[in-house]
Each structure stands twice: as C-alpha cells, then as structure tokens.
Write a new protein. Sequence first.
Length: 249
Amino acid sequence: MMNFELLVDLHINEYRQGPGSEKETLKALSFLEFIETSDLKVADIGCGTGASTIALAKKINAKITAIDLFPQFLDILKENAKKENVDDKIETLEGSMTDLPLQEASFDILWSEGAIYNMGFAEGVKQWKKFLKKGGYLCVSEITWTTPSRDQEIDEYWKVNYPEVGTASDKIKILEENGYSPVGYFFLSQDSWIKEYYQPLINSFSNFLERHNNSEDAQLIVKETQAEIDLYMKHKDVYSYGFYVARKV
C-alpha cells in the first residue's frame, strides 16, 4: 500500500480531514450577501468526507458539487449526506482541483477549506476564478501567520513544507491582484485544530495501526502525524488557517 493510501485510510473515518468547525463554516458563509436566495450553484473543492459540504447544504438553498481526488472520501460523504437528509442537494465529482471539469462562469460560490494549498493559494485563486459568475464568492481557508514574526523552528518548517505561507495581508494582496474584492477574513480558533481535528485523529491511531498490522509504513505515518501535532501545540500562537472570503469583480 502506498503512503498516500495509508494517509487516506488514517483520515477516512474522521469527520474532518483538516482543521475547521461547522461554526466557522457558517461564520464564513455569513459574509455572503445572497445566501437566502434559491438555486445557488456551489462547488466545494477538496471536500474530503464532506463536513463543510453538509454544513452548507443544511444552511442554504443550493445545488452543491462536492469535489475530491479520492473516491473513498466521496463515498463516505454520500453516506453522511443521506443521514443528514441533504443528499438531494449534493452531487459528487471525483477529480483533481488542478483540472476541474466545470463550466465557466457558472458558480455562485467556490468553497474550499484547508485544501487549496495542494496547488498553492496564488495558483488556485487564479485558476478557479473562471468558474465563478461575476459577483460570485470565493471562500477558502489557507495556512497563515498570525503574528509578524516567529521563531526559526516553525518559520523554517513552513517555508520548507509550504513556501507560500504568509500573513493575511499577503493573501489579501494576492486576491486583489487576481480580480477579487476581499469581503472579510478571520482566523480559525485553536479548538478547530485541537478538538475538531487533532484529538479525534489521535484517538484513531491505535485502530489504524491494528488495521495495518503495525507495519513500518503505518507506524511512520502515525509518527509523522504526531510530530505535526506536537509542532502545532508548541507554536499554535503564531499560525492558523485564515478564512478568506472575496468576491469576483
């Protein structure tokens, strides 16, 4: 089994595949002016098992296209959507965010929580813009420094693992340079990292290792994931996900 397959298996039984919460999904949604209108078209890009997709479907009148590279996540999303009685609002689409088979200028909202880093923030906001209607909204969360300076350990870690890490002003500048008008932003709470994402993940380690017979590859995945968690707990005051809401102009 390839490591990326192990990563999928580690996360597949989790409600979230990254930091976030329903409260913060709805907070971002509150910035949008037309959420009470009907017949909205929404794409949730890098949706995972659908935590944000389902939160949106429960709140707004919309047809939501939930897009992810991994069909295993989409299968779980469909099960969860049925349980929440919103399956009629959601269709799934297996595919890469770098090559989206979507109709141009057809979506009112493009949503993506904790996923745009896979292609890079600047490239994502640039490529996805064509799928939005004029006046449509881009809503994305993205790794962001919360302080103007930080110690060398965490600075080097993120610059190696994601060179596009920056401050909120850096991200807002990119949005403006690519034809968006920023509407608002906020940082995810530490609870959205610890209680909503990391603690459930930690609780799943034993079953994950058991499923894979304590293999070296599985142990390595757990070790690397725990190291990521430890790093966040040590430096949680200097970085988070920033949630950015901007309108196509």
